[in-house]
Design a protein around this ligand. Sequence first.
Ligand code: 5GP
Ligand code: MN
Length: 347
Amino acid sequence: MEKLERTKLETLHRFLTESRRVTLVSHIHPDGDAVGSTTALYLWLRSLGKEAHVCFPTRVPDSLAFIAQDAEARAYDPGCCDADILSSDLLVCLDFNALNRAEGMETLLRSLSAKKVLIDHHLAPAEDEFDLCFSRTDISSACELLFYILMEMPEIGGDARRLPPASAAALMAGMTTDTNNFANSVFPSTLEMASRLLAAGVDRDALLEALYNRYRENRIRLFGEMLKDRLVISPRGVACMFLDEAVKRRWDVREGESDGLVNQPLAIDRVKLSVLVKEEDDGSVRVSLRSKRGVSANRCARLYFHGGGHEQAAGGKILVPQDVPAAAAAGDFAARMAEQYMELYES
Ligand code: 5GP
Ligand code: MN
């Protein structure tokens, strides 16, 4: 990773020093990196005596709640959060690249007079929406970027042992989930961060146990059904699965419980792009894309699914009725669009 700019670090430190009340926000459907980065920064700010609030546009999945347990994280609800957010003098947005990714909170966040800071690792950040941007793609995760920013703060002075222990663990957790436990997006700086956090006392074995060995049985059985009965692979190497309401109901699928399913087909030799289409409880349709090196999940998400993300991991949505007449048609639509993408752009 290239060095962080000194003037930006100094500006961030000044913003933090001058503010009394800080709001920390991440993206809709928070994942491990979103939860880990906001929690880590929250706990550090609290250790400095700042008032801080964490709010996500939608709730933290039960499987990740252990990371955020000390952060009093809330899911956005105008009744409970508006006053705290509106009275903040600093907003820090972590692990997303534009205010529209905060969906239901977007209008509120745009209306804030507070200074806005971005700490993120996605492509194409909306830099004009923020007063200060830390946006890097030569890094594994928002947690990794935040780690190196915190190391440069005078209170830490490069010594990871000065982080509150739960803050260090949250950084390790988010980096671990965004790299799929060191399977992708690993840079020399990622291993260095892991090494420094381990040396600072993070219990990685306990973390892995909590992240990967405490799922409900239903999740594993859902994966079984989807991979056995619902996975279709095209001759061009597009794997597509449609997780509809009926299957979700059968396995009582809860928020975040299908995370990771989209990665599975990439283990198959001929699969180059994996697409998971998911019907949400409110009738909207989300798409997750993962690709092998040489194929851009990000470009496919931008061109066909109103989304974006990273080169090999991206997401978006299928709009009803603009893209398909009804959610039931979303699986076929996604398979067709992804196939067309491979034909036009990747062959
Ligand atoms: P996931 O498939 O795990 O939901 O998301 C994979 C990646 O794509 C994440 O980095 C996420 O932030 C990004 N992503 C997911 N959905 C969207 C979307 O609707 N728009 C954009 N710009 N990025 C998305
Ligand atoms: Mn991330």
